[in-house]
Design a protein. Structure first.
Length: 415
């Protein structure tokens, strides 16, 4: 018997207006292309390191290093998909891979629990409490051995782990006779180039890993990546090479981060769609870039604690008055007043200076030291580095708590 769905009249997206997308998901972070472009040298090294697995042999542990957005995770998904697809051609070969993101699963115990549950039916899942670490590891070994083949454990953002026990256990699994029927290898992915130095000596010794460094993308490589995704994500002749080149140039100039370049192309496409435009134009890229910058600033401010937001608010009030750069002593008085208005005890001026330095590192404000000699002495001045309207909008909750300062009233109330 077939399950039947009620008949309904469907309206295609194309019928509701001009639609430039054919598959918008192809621009998202979790999309894995059929071919990976712009990373030829890295893929060759990576492929070579994984090659033993296709012969049923345990590959070396592999660690990938490089800044965010340079293709480490994308290359891993791509090659593991290829490897598992090729392994299916051989009856005597089993290859299983599991990817765990350690941002949020930040202890070896949690990673082990996650791996056990990935390999169990839903009714046999274990909780994150009630088991000792040794018990969880024993359950993990049992699950691995049941696979009877090559097991590749990918630890993405591995530098977020608070301890390195899982690395030691996985790298010594066969030597310590935890596994009989399976072989396990670790693939670690990190944005922190110095991560290996923080590992304990016994872990560094046992890993014997092969390191692969991913460089930032240049403009030409980014153009290859974006052209490939453009051809999947958009309808034919809706995004020309000039638009792709502009997104690539911005991405290469600012960070060499493919994720940010793809985000810009995605935002440009969304702007064009909101305008009901038939094509994505360069002006949509410029507008999209402004929107992304606003979102980035808003997110950066949202991640601050309330004392830091009050400091940003204090700088914003002076910026609105046209009184920046403002000296630390004057800024502290304004911050102190806003803190008390919000019902909080203000930090000391020394602590405020330290927080202001952190805000400067985030690019929200600037800090400059000045020396006016024997008469004026040395002092620090501060300015707002981001758009005033964007900052004020991001501080809405803080402004509601501390009260609307007269200087920012017009900015806060404008559309």
């Amino acid at each position: 018997m077939l399950w039947e769905r009620p008949q309904c009249v469907r309206v295609r997206r194309e019928d509701t207006g001009r639609e430039c997308y054919s598959n918008r998901d192809a621009l998202l972070d979790d999309y894995t292309p059929k071919e990976l472009v712009g990373r030829d040298a890295e893929l060759q090294q990576y492929h070579s390191a994984l090659q033993p697995a296709i012969y049923g042999e345990q590959p070396n542990n592999i660690f990938l290093y490089g800044k965010a957005g340079v293709g480490k995770t994308a290359a891993t998904r791509f090659l593991l998909n290829k490897l598992q697809g090729d392994a299916e051609q051989y009856d005597d070969l089993q290859v299983n891979s599991q990817l765990v993101n350690c941002d949020g699963t930040d202890s070896s115990y949690q990673v082990a629990v996650e791996l056990v549950n990935r390999l169990r039916d839903i009714e046999d899942q274990i909780s994150e409490s009630g088991y000792s670490r040794s018990q969880v590891y024993r359950l993990m070994w049992n699950e691995f051995d049941d696979l009877q083949g090559i097991v590749l454990i990918v630890l993405d953002e591995v530098d977020h782990l608070e301890d390195d026990s899982i690395l030691y256990q996985l790298s010594r699994a066969r030597e310590n006779q935890h596994l009989e029927k399976s072989r396990v290898a670790v693939i670690g992915i990190s944005n922190d180039l110095s991560y290996r130095k923080r590992l304990s000596p016994k872990v560094r010794s046992s890993l014997c890993e092969r390191s692969i460094s991913f460089s930032t993308y240049n403009a030409q490589e980014l153009q290859q990546v974006l052209s490939q995704r453009r051809d999947v994500a958009f309808k034919e002749d809706t995004v020309d090479d000039a638009v792709v080149g502009l997104c690539s140039a911005y991405g290469a100039r600012e960070s060499g981060d493919a994720r940010k370049a793809l985000d810009l192309l995605l935002k440009a496409g969304d702007v064009a769609r909101d305008e009901n435009a038939e094509e994505v134009l360069e002006r949509h890229v410029h507008e999209g870039r402004k929107l992304l910058e606003r979102e980035e600033v808003a997110q950066g401010i949202a991640n601050l604690n309330e004392q830091e937001r009050l400091m940003v608010y204090a700088v914003a009030t002076y910026a609105a008055e046209g009184s920046t750069p403002v000296r630390s002593t004057d800024l502290y008085e304004r911050y102190e007043s806003l803190a008390r208005s919000s019902g909080r005890d203000p930090l000391s001026s020394r602590w405020m200076r330290e927080h202001l330095d952190e805000l400067a590192m985030l690019g929200i404000i600037s800090v400059e030291k000045r020396n006016e000699g024997a008469m004026g002495g040395m002092y620090r001045v501060h300015e707002l580095e981001q758009d005033l309207k964007v900052v004020v909008d991001a501080l809405k909750e803080t402004i509601d708590n501390a009260g609307l300062h007269a200087s920012v009233r017009q900015v806060a109330e404008s559309d």
